[in-house]
Write a protein that binds this ligand. Structure first.
Ligand SMILES: Nc1nc2c([nH]c(=O)n2[C@@H]2O[C@H](COP(=O)(O)OP(=O)(O)OP(=O)(O)O)[C@@H](O)[C@H]2O)c(=O)[nH]1
Length: 145
């Protein structure tokens, strides 16, 4: 019996970013029609929280301290853009009360209510895990902020 090889895994750091209205931030990267959480790959020798801080600064111009990122857990899903790959995401919760803007490779920002978010243009991790988690956090009063 031949075993199928394990799919390659991309390790990323990402965040459920909330504003004071309880909306959460999605981004669309250049050349893609898919919305997902801001963030990106964790470099070698880098911790997840440091990768998050670096990526949120690069993508949103957000200057975040370690204390402002609350670790929510590690979640796995099919990668949005890399066929046959899985992503393993270290996910944080971040509250922002200052404006953020699209930088670097980000083409569009979208603030959505987790209860009303569209489902047809979301990355698998966002659609299946992080938006339901955002709803739970809001309903538990935890995204308040
Ligand atoms: N940031 C982020 N990436 C995700 C999510 N879901 C998901 O599948 N991914 C995948 O994870 C990959 C992250 O790689 P990236 O290319 O954005 O990372 P990066 O900013 O470090 O880019 P780089 O490789 O150009 O340095 C994306 O290609 C995307 O397909 C998500 O919710 N947030």
């Amino acid at each position: 019996m031949t075993r199928s090889p394990l799919p390659p895994v991309i390790r990323i750091a990402t965040a459920l970013i909330f504003n004071p209205e309880g909306e959460t931030l999605l981004v669309r990267k250049e050349g893609s029609h898919i919305f997902m959480q801001a963030g990106g790959k964790i470099d070698a020798q880098e911790t997840a929280v440091h990768a998050l801080i670096r990526e949120l600064y690069e993508e949103l111009g957000l200057a975040l301290s370690m204390e402002e990122a609350e670790y929510l857990g590690s979640f796995s899903a099919e990668a949005a853009h890399e066929p046959g790959h899985l992503i393993q995401a270290d996910v944080f919760r971040v509250l922002v009360s200052t404006p953020v803007s699209a930088q670097a490779e980000i083409e569009e920002l979208l603030w959505v209510s987790p209860l009303e978010a569209p489902t047809d243009c979301l990355a698998p991790l966002t659609r299946d895990i992080l938006m339901p988690l955002a709803v739970k956090l809001l309903q538990g009063g935890c995204a308040r902020l």
